[in-house]
Design a protein around this ligand. Structure first.
Ligand code: ZN
Length: 306
């Protein structure tokens, strides 16, 4: 049973939008691509769990906690009555190697040791468990989901699950455990209540409205829609073939505008300018009126959530 679903972080959505609409610095672009890749790996893990995992268990995805000003993340927590499995999912690709406990990509660039990350998360999570009175023991794993990952000099007796070990690991996960009790559900609820919904961003590129390219981007490949006809029911992306309802594409653009410019009012004029490809302001007005609450009158009208 999934107690907490995974969703894209605001930071990822923001960077994705900026990446379509401006040129990111090399550093920001790398950071964005890492986030995107990490998220894809986590979704792949979720699909794998959904397909093969059948145990009576509470699943909490993508938890973010603040432990004495240290923010740490738990990719997935599978809580059964006798143990809680903390799983750190990595979507690393290609050859990697370890030398003296340091991790490197095949080109010799050092990366953060993910085992240290897992250990840190486990220690912090244990503190949180103590604080909420949860005495279920924690077992942690570092799981590599991408079949194109290889690690040379991999140490034995580490909690690493390689892509070739996924099936066996799943068998272990599916070993029956005693049924969950009310108290476990309570613990899970407490953990969700401690989750940080709006974490501070590590770093964000500086951007301004004028600097960003306007238009409606495809919800799948994020390229701009050039031929956007509002008299049709759906719009089809020329780049990737993705089909989307006109209204949903416009509302998605409104969400994007709000994410990038949270202090700006949503007005017909602002969204018309932002979407660029929609000629008739009336179309924008109608969609906003039908989906938001209207505040003010005539020219100073703006829209807020219903
Ligand atoms: Zn597309």
């Amino acid at each position: 049973m999934i107690v907490k679903f995974r969703s894209e972080s605001k930071e990822l959505k923001l960077l994705r939008s900026l990446d379509s609409r401006m040129k990111l610095s090399v550093k920001d672009k790398n950071h964005f691509e890492n986030l995107e890749k990490g998220f894809k790996g986590e979704k792949k893990f979720d699909d794998w769990i959904e397909e093969f995992f059948h145990n009576d268990c509470l699943i909490l995805n993508d938890l973010l906690f603040d432990m004495n000003n240290t923010i740490f993340q738990v990719d997935s927590l599978l809580m059964s009555s006798d143990k809680a499995l903390l799983i750190e999912v990595k979507n690393f690709e290609g050859d990697h190697y370890i030398e003296a406990e340091r991790w490197y990509m095949s080109n010799g660039i050092e990366i953060q040791n993910p085992l240290h990350q897992v250990k840190r998360a486990e220690t912090n999570l244990r503190r949180i468990f103590q604080a909420i009175g949860c005495n279920v023991p924690i077992e942690s794993y570092l799981l590599f989901i991408n079949p194109n990952f290889h690690l040379y000099q991999a140490p034995r007796n580490t909690p690493i699950i390689f892509p070739t070990q996924l099936n066996r690991f799943m068998k272990k996960l599916n070993k029956p455990s005693p049924p969950l009790k009310e108290i476990h559900h309570k613990f899970a609820e407490r953990l969700v209540s401690l989750h940080l919904n709006d974490p501070p961003y590590k770093r964000l590129p500086i951007y301004s409205y004028d600097q960003l390219e306007k238009g409606i981007v495809c919800g799948s490949c994020f390229s701009f829609f050039e031929d956007f006809q509002t008299n049709r029911k759906d719009v089809i992306c020329k780049e990737c073939g993705y089909k989307e309802n006109v209204k949903s594409a416009i509302l998605r653009s409104v969400d994007e505008f709000r994410l990038l410019f949270p202090k700006e009012n949503i007005t017909t004029h602002a969204i018309h300018d932002w979407c660029k490809v929609i000629k008739a302001k009336k179309v924008i007005w109608r969609i906003l009126t039908n989906n938001f609450k209207v505040i003010g009158q005539s020219r100073s009208t703006y829209f807020v959530d219903l």
